[in-house]
Design a protein around this ligand. Structure first.
Ligand SMILES: NC(=O)c1ccc[n+]([C@@H]2O[C@H](COP(=O)([O-])OP(=O)(O)OC[C@H]3O[C@@H](n4cnc5c(N)ncnc54)[C@H](OP(=O)(O)O)[C@@H]3O)[C@@H](O)[C@H]2O)c1
Length: 206
């Protein structure tokens, strides 16, 4: 499974204000590249806090072009995704630790957990079983940290906006529980380009 982590952050690596407001940190040009990235992956994955805060559609929308929509995936330990969520339709897979109940037309599947949350290895297996060969992780910070901690992230697509959100903003990567610097996940830069007012950095795992 090819795993890409997409981040849209402030210069100081925050993805939202303390209250969870994140739309929109980056500009229109960066968001269009985000839609291209979605269209280039078989699945798009987010954590339930992102669903609760942003209510994203999680579709790939490209001007003048029809797109085969990627599978939408939500990691939702306690099954808090509301049936009214925009993504609670067909082509959505919710992976949970809870007793399944209907969430709109989404498919809800109970999976093995680690520390009470769907385990990364199990999530990747479930995606492969659903026919996906690649996944774009769109956050938030807790889900990003889980995949990084598991060593499962192959590439980073990082859009950085020229704003500062300060220490009270939500970090783009939650705790990694590193004991020492040498344990940090390491990446090699593949490219860097301005996109509108933002900067797009691309990295692959070393
Ligand atoms: N700027 C951006 O690019 C961007 C992108 C996405 C989101 N955001 C913002 O980020 C904020 C949400 O981020 P967040 O870090 O608070 O939450 P998140 O990563 O979106 O969701 C975290 C939740 O996912 C559930 N989960 C299930 N399995 C998990 C696993 N294996 N690892 C981690 N989480 C798992 C957990 O629910 P339980 O607690 O029930 O276990 C956890 O609380 C929102 O404010 C949103 O607006 C910004």
């Amino acid at each position: 499974m090819r795993v890409t982590l997409k981040l849209a952050t402030s210069l100081d690596g925050r993805i939202a204000t303390a209250s969870g407001e994140s739309q929109w940190i980056t500009g229109e040009a960066a968001r269009l590249e985000g839609h291209r990235l979605r269209a280039a992956h078989d699945a798009i994955l987010v954590g339930v806090e992102t669903v609760l805060h942003d209510d994203p559609e999680l579709t790939a929308r490209l001007p003048g072009r029809a797109v085969d929509q990627p599978l939408r995936v939500v990691l939702d330990s306690r099954l808090r995704t509301p049936a009214s969520a925009k993504l609670a339709g067909e082509n959505t897979l919710i992976l949970t630790a809870a007793e399944p109940h209907a969430v709109g037309a989404a498919t809800v599947r109970r999976v093995e957990v680690e520390d009470g949350r769907p385990a990364v290895a199990v999530v990747l297996k479930a995606l492969a079983a659903a026919g996906a060969g690649s996944v774009l992780i769109e956050g938030g910070g807790q889900v990003a940290a889980s995949f990084l901690r598991a060593g499962a992230v192959d590439a980073l697509e990082w859009f950085r906006a020229p704003i500062l959100l300060g220490g009270e903003g939500r970090p783009c990567v939650a705790a990694l529980a590193l004991a020492k610097l040498s344990d940090a996940p390491k990446f090699r830069r593949q490219g860097v380009a301005p996109v509108g007012d933002d900067l797009w950095e691309r990295y692959v795992r070393l």
